[in-house]
Design a protein around this ligand. Structure first.
Ligand SMILES: [Zn+2]
Length: 410
C-alpha cells in the first residue's frame, strides 16, 4: 500500500475519532438539565444540585478546549513531519536500534507530557479547587509527576527495549515472546501492585481495631471468606473523592478503603461497599479481567507482527528510514477502531459485573446501606444524575446510579 494513502487513513481515523467523541460529549451535555428522576431527588439539596450543574458544565467546557488543542497539535505534528524530525534527532544520538527507539519515544512522551502539564495543573488547582475537591499541594503535584516519569522510564523503557530485542533476534515470531513477557508482567503487577507501586504515592495502614474491623470480620466469617488484609489509604492527600477497591488474588488479595470513604460513610455503608468488592472476587471478575486483558494483548501483538515489517507503515508517518518504532506509531493509530470496539465490549461486561457484585452485597449483606452509600458517593463527587444512554454505553464502566438502585430494589 502507498504510504500517502496510509497517511490519509491515519489522519481520517484521528479526525473521525475526535468528532465522534465531541458529538457524544455534546449529546451528554444537552441532557445536563434533564429533570432528576424521582428516586434520586434526595441525592442533592437545591444548592448542591446547582453546584453539580456548574461542575459538569465547567468540566465539559474544559475537556472540549483541551481535546481541541490536542487534536490540532497532533495534526500539526503529522503534517509538519514531526516524527521525521524526532527520528533524526534519535538517530543522531546512537546507532543502536534499541537506543534510537527509546530516545524516539522518550522525546515524544516527554514533550507531550510537558505540553499537557499546564492543563492538568489548571484542572487540579483551579477547577477541582474551586469545587472543593482538591487536597493536593503543589509540591505533591510535581513530585507525583517526577515519580511518574521515573516509573515510565524504568518499566515502559525496559519492556520496550526487551520487545525490540525480541524482534531483532526472532523476527516475526517476536510477538509470542513479547506476549509472554507482558503476561508475566501483568500478573506480577496484579499481585504486587498494592505492595510495590501504591507505597510510592500513598501511605497505607492496616485498618485499626475497633467496631468497623469487628463488623468486617463478622461478615467475612459469615460468608466464609478470608480477608486478613484490609488497608486504609490516605486518598485525602490528593482529593476529597472517595473509593474502595479489591486487588490481587490468592494469598495476596487485599481490600483497600480510602480514608475519605471511611469519613463519608456510616459503618453499615462501608460494609455494604466491602460486600460489593467481595462480590467481584467471589464471581471471579478479577481473574476474568486479568485473562481477558492478557488475551487481548496477545491478539494485538499478533496483528502487530503481521504489519510491523512492512516499510510503508513506517513511511506513512513521514520518517525516511523504516523502523520498529515508527511502524509501532502508525499501527497504534490504525488499530484504534479495533481497540475502541474491544473497549466497548469490556465496558459492557464490566457493567454486568457491577450488577452481579451489587446483587452479591444484597444477598450476603443488605441492599439498603449500599443504596445510601452510592447516593452519598454520587453527591460527594457531584456526579451527573442524568447521563445520556449512548454516553453511558460508550464510556461508563459502571451502570448509572439509577440503574443500580432499581436493580437493588427489584
Ligand atoms: Zn464494583
Amino acid at each position: 500500500m502507498n504510504p500517502d494513502t496510509l497517511f490519509y487513513i491515519i489522519i481520517t481515523i484521528l479526525i473521525v475519532d475526535f468528532i465522534f467523541d465531541k458529538i457524544l460529549d455534546r449529546l451528554n451535555a444537552n441532557h445536563f438539565n434533564d429533570p432528576v428522576p424521582d428516586d434520586l431527588k434526595d441525592v442533592y439539596d437545591n444548592e448542591e444540585y446547582e453546584k453539580s450543574q456548574r461542575y459538569k458544565t465547567t468540566n465539559y467546557k474544559f475537556s472540549t478546549l483541551t481535546s481541541t488543542i490536542s487534536i490540532v497539535a497532533t495534526l500539526a505534528f503529522f503534517f509538519l513531519d514531526g516524527f521525521d524530525f524526532v527520528d533524526r534527532l534519535a538517530r543522531n544520538s546512537s546507532n543502536n536500534e534499541i537506543v534510537i527507539a527509546l530516545v524516539f519515544f522518550g522525546i515524544i512522551m516527554f514533550a507531550s507530557d510537558i505540553l499537557s502539564t499546564p492543563f492538568s495543573y489548571y484542572h487540579t488547582f483551579v477547577i477541582e479547587e474551586k469545587f472543593g475537591f482538591n487536597k493536593t499541594t503543589k509540591k505533591t503535584f510535581f513530585i507525583d509527576k517526577i515519580k511518574g516519569w521515573i516509573m515510565t522510564v524504568i518499566l515502559g523503557g525496559g519492556i520496550l527495549a526487551i520487545i525490540i530485542w525480541f524482534y531483532k533476534v526472532t523476527g516475526a515470531n517476536f510477538w509470542l515472546y513479547a506476549w509472554g513477557l507482558i503476561a508475566v508482567f501483568t500478573i506480577f503487577m496484579n499481585m504486587f501492585y498494592t505492595r510495590l507501586i501504591v507505597p510510592l504515592f500513598n501511605k497505607q495502614t492496616p485498618l485499626e481495631d475497633g467496631s468497623l474491623k469487628n463488623k468486617i470480620e463478622a461478615y467475612a466469617s459469615k460468608i466464609g471468606f478470608n480477608i486478613n488484609k484490609i488497608f486504609v489509604i490516605d486518598g485525602s492527600k490528593r482529593s476529597t473523592k472517595a473509593n474502595a477497591y479489591f486487588s490481587g488474588f490468592g494469598s495476596q488479595k487485599q481490600v483497600t478503603l480510602y480514608d475519605t470513604l471511611i469519613n463519608d460513610l456510616e459503618e453499615d455503608e462501608i460494609l455494604a461497599v466491602l460486600a460489593h468488592e467481595v462480590g467481584h472476587y467471589k464471581h471471579k471478575h478479577i481473574i476474568f479481567n486479568l485473562i481477558a486483558s492478557i488475551l487481548l494483548t496477545g491478539i494485538t501483538l499478533y496483528i502487530l507482527s503481521l504489519f510491523i515489517n512492512i516499510p510503508e507503515f513506517s513511511m506513512a508517518i513521514g520518517v525516511s528510514q523504516p523502523s520498529f518504532h515508527a511502524g509501532l506509531i502508525a499501527f497504534g493509530i490504525l488499530y484504534t477502531p479495533i481497540s475502541e470496539l474491544t473497549g466497548l465490549i469490556m465496558n459492557f461486561i464490566s457493567r454486568k459485573f457491577e450488577y452481579q457484585a451489587d446483587l452479591y452485597a444484597k444477598d450476603t449483606y443488605k441492599a439498603e446501606p449500599l443504596i445510601t452509600s452510592l447516593k452519598k458517593l454520587s453527591k460527594n463527587n457531584l456526579s451527573n444524575l442524568t447521563p445520556h444512554p449512548t454516553y453511558v454505553f460508550v464510556h461508563y464502566s459502571h451502570p448509572t446510579l439509577l440503574q443500580r438502585m432499581r436493580k437493588l430494589k427489584a
